[in-house]
Design a protein around this ligand. Structure first.
Ligand code: ADQ
Length: 489
């Protein structure tokens, strides 16, 4: 019998992000070893079967020589990745400078770094020029690989200048841009010297997406107030067309976490942890070590809780796992020592010969260890000062079907809008309030815990990363079709 294979058409999707989802280590003049990092975005896009995704981005390493570049390009091609090569000076000015020293703190309402505020103001123009230049380098790679009909999805604050570069080259390209951080109040955005250039460029995209409705609204007000454009419930009228602006809350690959809990290595970790902390309640914090995550504030709140309630001192432990990031930035080094100092002080104050109240680790955990930790803990503490969404809160909920632990969640994380009904919401700046939330969580009756968990679990299970990616891309396709119909009318 003859077999007819129906080859379904899959639309090509070019995903452009600052970093490729791989870590590359050079093994010789023309040899590289690559490891795919199974982050949220990767599994989100692998899960969307109707698209054939390719990644474009920086591999995170400086490759000055042509032989190295050729070899890396070839190795990456097997992983469906296309590199953008950035030299050290550009990385310094664009990535460490404009992206991480200016946009990141500003978008999280933290202002410019305290000590070098004036220095930053002075270097602003040159860093912005490097930012434009880097974005043009990303655009050149996209343009080279673009085929008619492709969808181009640009990610995050690193690439706000990209939509304009792409549209300038080809106005028919379908371009979407999604921001993973908050978009701040227009009053904050207004302070940026390059406020208008960034808005104009983002508006060149067909679809602009944010995690929450508030961020979308802030963006539209920034366009209205700073550029004098007209905002509508659908987006912004821009140069005779509508730039669609909407909220697309991200999720996680919840099945990956739920399935992992049954794996033997995860079960082993779970047993070890249960044994290790027998007789004590366990609280958990998992964050990248970043000022937006509010780690010192969280630890101070825990101290306040211990101070007020002597009963708990030897019956509860806080495990704080903080993976270091951006370690070459002085502000982050300072944060590390600040956290160490507070942890040391509290452990000295409340520890005994055999126990300490805080276990603080400066490193990342592998996926199995992370799942086990999520599964065994009684309370998760997510106290971000601001956070676009915060996936740790989702991952915790996904792993708590058995235990039905309590999530204490900052009202300034995007996740507060989706998991707020099941979590205890707190203002992370108010350590008295957070201390009270800890006490409440530890004493919460099981019926209430179950009810709260159920609410959040249903949400996490039904709003997945795959669905998020699928919705964004089909909305982008629809937006472009609608715009074409309108111009034909
Ligand atoms: P992040 O600021 O990185 O992401 P988050 O959403 O919490 O914040 O994601 C962190 C990821 O890293 C999670 O998947 C978590 O499991 C992992 N991780 C963190 N610490 C770890 C550790 N010590 N060991 C192992 N893994 C660790 C940005 C925005 C967020 C937004 C996401 C996605 O700042 O607000 O939710 O992008 O859009």
């Amino acid at each position: 019998e003859e077999k007819h294979e129906t080859k379904t058409f899959r639309q090509r999707l070019l995903v452009v992000a600052n970093r490729l989802p791989v870590s590359a280590v050079r093994k010789g003049e023309d040899a590289w070893s690559l490891e795919i990092s199974a982050g949220g975005l990767v599994s989100a896009l692998l899960g969307v079967k109707e698209f054939e995704a390719k990644w474009i981005g920086w591999a995170g390493v400086n490759v000055p020589d042509e032989i190295g570049q050729k070899a890396l390009t070839k190795a990456l091609a097997e992983k469906r990745c296309i590199p953008v090569f950035l030299d050290e000076e550009i990385v310094h000015q664009y990535y460490n400078g404009y992206c991480n020293n200016i946009l990141w703190p500003l978008f999280h309402y933290l202002g410019l770094p305290q000590e070098d505020r004036l220095a930053t103001t002075r270097s602003f123009q040159s860093q912005f020029e490097a930012y434009e230049k880097a974005n043009q380098m990303f655009a050149d790679v996209v343009n080279k690989h673009y085929e008619e009909g492709d969808v181009v999805w640009c990610h995050d604050y690193h690439l706000m200048f990209l939509p304009k570069c792409l549209k300038k080259h080809n106005k028919n390209m379908k371009v979407g841009w999604f921001l993973h951080t908050p978009f701040p109040s227009s009053e904050i955005h207004r302070t940026l010297p390059s406020r208008s250039e960034l808005l104009h460029s983002v508006l060149a995209a067909d679809l602009v997406g944010f995690h929450t409705y508030d961020y979308a609204r802030h963006f539209v007000s920034a366009c209205t107030r700073i550029l004098g454009l007209e905002g509508t419930p659908y987006g912004v009228e821009y140069q005779g067309k509508l730039t669609r602006v909407a909220a697309f809350p991200i999720g996680i690959d919840s099945e990956r976490f739920i399935r992992a809990l049954d794996l033997p290595p995860v079960q082993d970790h779970i047993r070890e942890l249960q044994e290790r902390f027998k007789g004590r309640k366990v609280m958990l914090g998992v964050d990248r070590l970043d000022m937006i995550k509010g780690i010192p504030q969280k630890i101070l709140a825990f101290e306040k809780f211990l101070e007020e309630d002597a009963y708990w001192r030897d019956k509860v432990v806080l495990l704080q796992i903080a993976v270091p990031t951006r370690t070459d930035v002085p502000e982050y080094q300072k944060l590390t020592s600040q956290v160490h100092e507070i942890v040391g002080r509290i452990n000295g104050r409340f520890g005994t010969l055999t126990t300490v109240p805080i276990h603080h680790l400066d490193r990342s955990l592998d996926f199995h260890q992370l799942c086990a930790l999520y599964a065994v803990t009684d309370v998760a503490l997510v106290t971000s000062l601001r956070d676009g969404m915060n996936l740790v809160s989702y991952e915790y909920v996904a792993c708590q079907e058995k235990k039905k632990g309590v999530l204490i969640l900052s009202e300034f994380a995007g996740a507060a809008q989706s998991l707020g009904a099941g979590a205890i919401l707190v203002n992370p700046w108010n350590i008295t309030e957070v201390a009270a939330a800890i006490a409440r969580a530890l004493k919460m009756p099981s019926a209430e815990r179950e009810k709260r968990h159920k609410h959040n679990f249903l949400h996490v299970k039904s709003h997945t990363a795959q669905e998020w990616a699928g919705t964004f891309v089909s909305e982008l396709n629809d937006t472009v079709i609608e715009a074409q119909l309108r111009t034909r009318q």
